[in-house]
Structures are given as structure tokens and as C-alpha cells.
Design a protein. Structure first.
Length: 350
């Protein structure tokens, strides 16, 4: 006959059951992140957009909108200011410890420097290559890097003084870079289907990783803790690479016309936003295992994004578009025209 459980044993049994459940949960991949459209932030104004930069500490989101930086409060979800006169801007970078923001002005090959607290322009720096489109603040060296897509090089500036510290030749058309926080930068070269590893201290390329047979890499992000790079390709694949060896560890199918990738360290989620109106959500189960947990429907043209690591919200610029015109032999893939004044930011929540 089985001896009945004593009431004195119940707390320990409950504790053991809870510990077992918690332990098991750590090894079960996330079934679904459940990302959905929660808010829309109206911005309006003429022209399109490009890259975004989130400052999680100051709770501000910076968006390259035509020739203006639009600034949004990430808690109230309202436009709180702007930085004008940034011609042909592609990207924005911020250095919170210096109270400085930087824009890559592709039309005039310059960088606009502005104060983060007042949004007032402070200086204009000249890049050493044509059409700086992407820009990055590297915190370990306290340097600002412009990635000059037409010039096929990168310019390194002292983030405080604007002194040009050097030019790094890059044999390809740059896309958006990512830093590991320890002095290394990684960037995709779209027309070469490679990723380059750049030493931000020595100002030189230390390794080049082939992505073949995958093509047209665009968005690049990273989990610095596991040394894993996530590279979204317009050949509709989301690659996971070892940042130190360049080995492709995982390949995940995604939608068309990618332009951005981001990583949320708290949720261990990597995202790829695609212009066809889809968002791939990938969970990092371990350093060597990755699971596509969902593909979220967004909107046509919502190809770039930013993540807020505090609230886990995603911000994706979008707009309305006129109906597609008829295809012709001369124009087999006509571009859809944006409806003026319809620019907005989609806010997705898990």
C-alpha cells in the first residue's frame, strides 16, 4: 500500500514541480512571438524614408525622412521634433554620451552633427567618399563611420572633433553595418554578396566572408553575446553567420525586397523587414539553433525598422501607394508612387 503524502511534503513537491517546469521552459523554442500592429504614428510630409535609429535610454526614435530627421518619443508615440536640411540623408547615428547625433547626407557627401537634447545643428563634416548612405557610431573607439556606397569606401571621424582619421577601401556597395561594441564592425557588400569584418581601431578590413550562393545582402544585425551575425538577403534568405569565422550556421527563408534586420537581446529574436509587406521573426534557441517562429503581415513598402529593447516594440515606416500602373516592355516592373502626406510609422508589439 502506498503511503499517503504528508502535508509537510507538499511545499517541496510544489517547489520541485515549479523548478522542473521552469527548467523545461528554457529548452522549449518560442512557439510564437505574436507580433501585431498596435499603433500607427502619423507623420505626413513629402517624400519617402530610409533608416531608423532608436535611443532606448533617451526614449527617442530618429527617422531619416527625405531631407529631415523626424524625432519620435517612443513612449508617447508622438512626433516631438525634427532636424532639417540633411540633403539626401540615408541614415542616422547617435552618441548619447557625447549628446551628439549624426546624419549621412548622400546628396552633398557630408555629415550633419546635431545636439540630441536641442536637435540644433552644430557642424557639417565632409566625407572622403561619394554618397554616404549608412552611418554608425562605434562606442569602443568613439568614432563615427560613414559608409559611402558610391565611393565604395568608409570614412572614420573622431566623434567629438570631426577630425578625419582615415578612409577604409571597400570593394563593393555598402549596406547597413553593425558593431559588436568591442571595436569590430561588420557590413554587407550588396553587389559582392560578402560580409566584411572591419577593425575600427586599425581602420582596416580584417576578413571577408562569402555568402554564396545567396545574393544581394541588405539588412545586417548581431547578437554580440553569441557572436552571431544575421544577414538578410534579397535572394529571400536570412543567414546566420559565425562573426569570427564567417561560417554560415543557418539559412531561413524570408520575403522579398529586404532592407533591414534588427536583434532584440532580451527576447533573443532577430527580425527581417521586407518591402513586400512581411516581417520574419527568428528565435535564437541557442548559438547554433535558430527557429522561424512567425512571418507577420505588415504593409507594402515597410522595408526598414528599429527595435526598442525596453518595450520590445518594433517601428516600421510605411505609407499609402497609388495602384500599380500597367507593365510595358520598356518598364516591366513599374514602381508604385507614394501618396503624398501619407507617411506614418507602424508600431508592432509582441
Amino acid at each position: 500500500m502506498t503511503k499517503p503524502t504528508s502535508p509537510m511534503q507538499l511545499p517541496s513537491l510544489r517547489s520541485a514541480s515549479f523548478t522542473l517546469a521552469l527548467t523545461l521552459s528554457l529548452f522549449v523554442p518560442m512557439a510564437s512571438a505574436g507580433y501585431h500592429l498596435a499603433h500607427q504614428i502619423p507623420v505626413g510630409g513629402p517624400g519617402g524614408w530610409d533608416y531608423l535609429e532608436a535611443d532606448a535610454t533617451a526614449r527617442r526614435l530618429y527617422i531619416a525622412h527625405e531631407d529631415t530627421v523626424v524625432v519620435i518619443d517612443m513612449d508617447s508615440l508622438k512626433v516631438v521634433g525634427e532636424v532639417p536640411n540633411c540633403p539626401g540623408m540615408g541614415g542616422v547615428a547617435v552618441a548619447p554620451e557625447l549628446n551628439r547625433g549624426y546624419t549621412a547626407n548622400g546628396t552633398e557627401d557630408t555629415v550633419t552633427v546635431f545636439a540630441l537634447d536641442t536637435l540644433k545643428p552644430l557642424a557639417r563634416w565632409k566625407a572622403t567618399g561619394k554618397r554616404p548612405n549608412q552611418i554608425l557610431y562605434e562606442p569602443f573607439t568613439k568614432r563615427v563611420f560613414t559608409f559611402n556606397s558610391t565611393g565604395r569606401n568608409a570614412t572614420a571621424f573622431d566623434a567629438a572633433t570631426g577630425e578625419v582619421l582615415g578612409t577604409i577601401p571597400l570593394d563593393g556597395r555598402t549596406e547597413f553595418p553593425v558593431a559588436d561594441g568591442k571595436g569590430m564592425i561588420y557590413d554587407s557588400l550588396q553587389d559582392k554578396a560578402t560580409v566584411v569584418a572591419i577593425d575600427a581601431r586599425a581602420l582596416k578590413v580584417t576578413a571577408t566572408y562569402s555568402l554564396a550562393p545567396h545574393k544581394d545582402p541588405a539588412g545586417t544585425t548581431m547578437d554580440p553575446a553569441t557572436r552571431r551575425l544575421f544577414v538578410a538577403c534579397r535572394s529571400q534568405s536570412f543567414l546566420v553567420l559565425d562573426a569570427d569565422s564567417g561560417k554560415i550556421i543557418s539559412t531561413i527563408p524570408i520575403g522579398a525586397r529586404n532592407d533591414a534586420a534588427k536583434f532584440d537581446p532580451g527576447l533573443k529574436l532577430a527580425f527581417a523587414s521586407n518591402g513586400d509587406g512581411t516581417l520574419a521573426v527568428v528565435h535564437e534557441d541557442s548559438a547554433d539553433k535558430f527557429t522561424l517562429v512567425e512571418t507577420v503581415k505588415t504593409e507594402f513598402g515597410a522595408r526598414t525598422m528599429a527595435v526598442d529593447p525596453k518595450t520590445h516594440r518594433l517601428f516600421l515606416p510605411s505609407a499609402d501607394y497609388e495602384p500599380v500602373t500597367a507593365t510595358t516592355k520598356e518598364v516591366p516592373n513599374p514602381r508604385r508612387k507614394m501618396v503624398p502626406g501619407s507617411f506614418r510609422v507602424l508600431v508592432l508589439e509582441p
